[in-house]
Design a protein around this ligand. Structure first.
Ligand code: PMP
Length: 305
């Protein structure tokens, strides 16, 4: 994915031309993975472009930074203003946003205390990431999510994405679309960049944070939408055999959206896209586009100049 070089990037307090958003090769984060990030989406609504669940994303960025002891030099409301200004400046109707806070260059060595935090926000137009038009083919990965006492999986941090990248590469090398990662205890955790849901006999289930899954904002959104549709919802540990035996499996994430799964480890699910998956995908579209008034509080409008 190349980002249009005509765009601007918010970098340490100012909107700068794309080419000027540079870092030094001795930046701490480049060597040791000391960064936290967010992926957020802007959707086109009848009232203009709007950022979906911006407050929840910035709150997670703050929690991730606190867990890793990365000091954020900006408060959430400052980052919210910067986000809206960036989207307006780049003139997007819809886009993906990448917030990144990382340790820059101060001194070499692991000690984090001497490296200043830099913060950037970039935006670009990015359609749904996973293959569209058919259910995904998933494979259980030989790579596992980390234990809560290694890098905390609840922090959305840059370093641990190496694990996700290894899992994704293993899956795609073997001809699958995406990897399912297990937790250290062997229960289902999540995919390389999406949470996972299973439906059986009308009950919707998804693994908890204690299974090493990121507390996904799309996951939380879909749990709310499912409850509002009257579905029974459970956040509880799942076995991979629960996925093999499910009526429906789907993934959720900001970049991916709501994506049906057709098979796991070559076990075909009963249909490539189940009924509840379809209803939730439609409810999600209605929420993010502002069509369903009950969820408009999740949208932060972008006033374009
Ligand atoms: N798990 C991982 C590892 C992710 O990278 C993501 C994407 N942020 C998700 C789950 C889904 O989270 P969200 O719905 O907040 O995008």
């Amino acid at each position: 994915m190349t980002i249009p070089e005509s765009s601007v990037i918010w970098f340490d307090g100012a909107l700068v031309p794309w080419r000027e958003a540079r870092v030094h090769v001795l930046s701490h984060a480049l060597h040791y993975g000391t960064g936290v990030l967010e992926g957020t989406r802007v959707f086109d609504t009848a009232a203009g472009p709007a950022v979906f669940r911006l407050d929840a994303h910035l709150a997670r960025l703050e929690r991730s930074a606190r867990m890793l002891r990365i000091e954020l030099p900006y408060k959430a409301d400052e980052l919210a203003q910067a986000t809206v200004a960036l989207v307006a400046a780049n003139g997007h109707r819809e886009c993906y946003l990448r917030h990144l806070a990382f340790l820059g260059y101060g001194a070499m060595g692991l000690d984090m205390r001497h490296s200043p935090t830099s913060v950037s926000i970039a935006s670009w137009e990015w359609p749904a990431l996973l293959p569209a038009g058919r259910g995904l083919r998933l494979a259980t990965s030989s790579w596992r999510r980390t234990d809560a006492n290694a890098v905390p999986p609840a922090a959305k941090a840059t370093g641990p994405y190496l694990n996700s990248a290894l899992a994704r590469r293993e899956a795609t090398d073997a001809g699958f679309d995406e990897a399912l990662l297990l937790a250290p205890d062997g229960t289902v955790s999540e995919c390389s960049a999406e949470n996972v849901f299973a439906v059986r006999d009308g009950v919707l289930r998804t693994p908890p944070g204690s299974a090493g899954a990121l507390e996904g904002i799309t996951q939380d959104t879909l749990l709310t939408l499912a409850r509002d549709l009257g579905a029974e919802v459970r956040v509880e540990p799942l076995l991979r055999s629960d996925l093999y035996a499910a009526d429906e499996v789907f993934l959720s994430g900001t970049a991916a959206g709501v994506v049906p799964v057709a098979s796991l480890d070559n076990r075909e699910l009963p249909s490539a896209e189940g009924e509840l998956t379809k209803r939730l995908a439609a409810a999600y579209r209605a929420a993010v586009s502002g069509a369903d008034a009950r969820y408009r509080h999740w949208l932060t409008p972008v006033q374009s100049s």
